[in-house]
Design a protein around this ligand. Sequence first.
Ligand SMILES: Nc1ncnc2c1ncn2[C@@H]1O[C@H](COP(=O)(O)OP(=O)(O)OP(=O)(O)O)[C@@H](O)[C@H]1O
Length: 608
Amino acid sequence: MRHLLRTPAGLAGTTLVALMVILAIVGPPIWGAEAERIDPAVILQGASAAHPLGTDNLGRDILARVLVAGRLSLLLALLATLIGAIGGIVLGALPSVLPRRPARLVTGTVNALVAFPGLLLAMFTAVIAGLGARGAVLGIGAAIAPGFARLTQTLAASVAGADYVSAARMLGVPRRRIMARHVLPNIAEPLILNLTQALGGALLGLAGMSFLGLGVQPPSFDWGRLLFDGFGRIYSTPAVALGPAVAVALAGIGFNLLGDVLARAASRTAVPAGKAAPQAASAPGELGEPDPEAVLEVRDLTVTFPGGVTPVRGLSLTVAPGEIVGLVGESGSGKSLTASAIGGLVPYPGEVSAARLRLCGTDLGELPEQERRKLLGTSLAMVFQDPMASLNPALRVGGQLAEVATVHQGASRAEARTRAVDRLGHVHIPEPDRRARQHPHELSGGMRQRAVIAMGLMGTPRLIIADEPTTALDVTVQRQILRLLREVTGETGAATLFISHDIAVVGELCHRVVVMYAGRVVEELPVEKLASGAAHPYTRALVASLPDMDTDRSLPLASIPGHQPSPAELGPGCAFAARCELATDRCAERPPLIPYGKAHQVACWEAS
Ligand SMILES: Nc1ncnc2c1ncn2[C@@H]1O[C@H](COP(=O)(O)OP(=O)(O)OP(=O)(O)O)[C@@H](O)[C@H]1O
């Protein structure tokens, strides 16, 4: 964010807005008397040394009036924006809490209002509410509200699909409460950012209303009113109209630039990893020197959500070039959030901190936002469970792949397309040229997943994070994708972090296995030791729950009794203790991750 504010647009927006705010505060006390001083000797004068913007029909100095009018102009714009925003957010949120029919009525009304020209809506409301500042403010508020309502509906719809909202719904949480607790807090940031841009629009709108004679009435004056008063003289003494016009334009540009930069900074909806004090397991002195060979080095990674929910707690992980590391654990253990934190994709309001988060030898926490994105865009490829989530259904597959090359490598369109077709062929998609021209829905599930892997290969990824990439696929296709991942890792020398809840798949594909439980690593071991050399009771239970050739298929499959505690339920001791046959009083204290043979670490007091 700080970096974006230092860009030319950010700097210009911040400076202009700061100047406007200062003007609104100091303008009236400094130039108030001058702005009101009537001087019959200098009536209707043009620009001069004494009156740089000329004088009005009562001999009042226009420059002083422009400087004083800033306060009223900004205050009215702020009021109109707040009215529009609050009205719009309420309108936008209503369909989510109302019964079906009234909800449809509200949605239809919002759609109609969005289609209605804003200025007409403003004028219509202003005429009904009465001429003057009040009517203009209500009018502009009414013109702003539909945009906010539509934005609220769109954002709410995107959050409504989140797993935690579905879970709350299934638990029977009332819709009003879901809206207030789960939806609105998660969409607050873009809405607040939109306020800044709306403020710029409101300033221009109010000036327009005053200019049309529908806004501020004498003796009060805002920039629009001054523009209205000076417009008749624009050919004889242009300065009198240009002064207020420039003020309106500068303020509008300032708020729009700032709003745009803020929106861009927030558009990620993800929180970049920042440097944070190392937690529990490793004190600063234990952090040690960075590993120069590692592709990925994570130390004490923590992901926190408001309310003290910490689904990832002090996780450390290293992945070497060409290595396939499996991150395994039950659903909810924090595997996906770990991947999201590495890729800078943790959704707002999650917060990421790490004592060290290095990718390809560069500390991500120390990079400016733009460079961090560039490094992630070129060195990291992410493959998710649902390939449709990574592919835009409205775009052709080839075009989406080509975008990576045009955006990150500055390739021409033709070069990017050729490379996209080549990459599709590389992941064994038959007839890659034809497939590149198709839309994602025309491809099978396995082919889509291959296309996503091909997208990752458009750059030269040093690390591939594959988060449950085969879970949604049938067994045969699963095998093909696993083979492809192994092949890609072997060919490119890239490292792979393979996330799965399926320890059998992990055992088959990976060189090393990291086992997570309730947000922490409980064991890290070479894959050869998985079947019979695991030391943590949880890893052993996971392995024991796998069926093999001798398993009696008439009996229910083995499962680990009990359930993994949710991040909010975690106490100070070993999180697995409640389900562990070996648990003793000592487990009330959390066991540290300690070496247990070569390339093997375990966090258990009773490990044997
Ligand atoms: N946006 C969020 N806000 C609050 N809690 C969240 C959010 N996203 C994830 N969590 C919580 O973090 C915990 C870990 O989630 P995560 O998705 O990383 O688990 P996982 O091990 O990948 O599980 P799965 O295999 O089911 O994807 C879960 O308890 C989940 O409820």
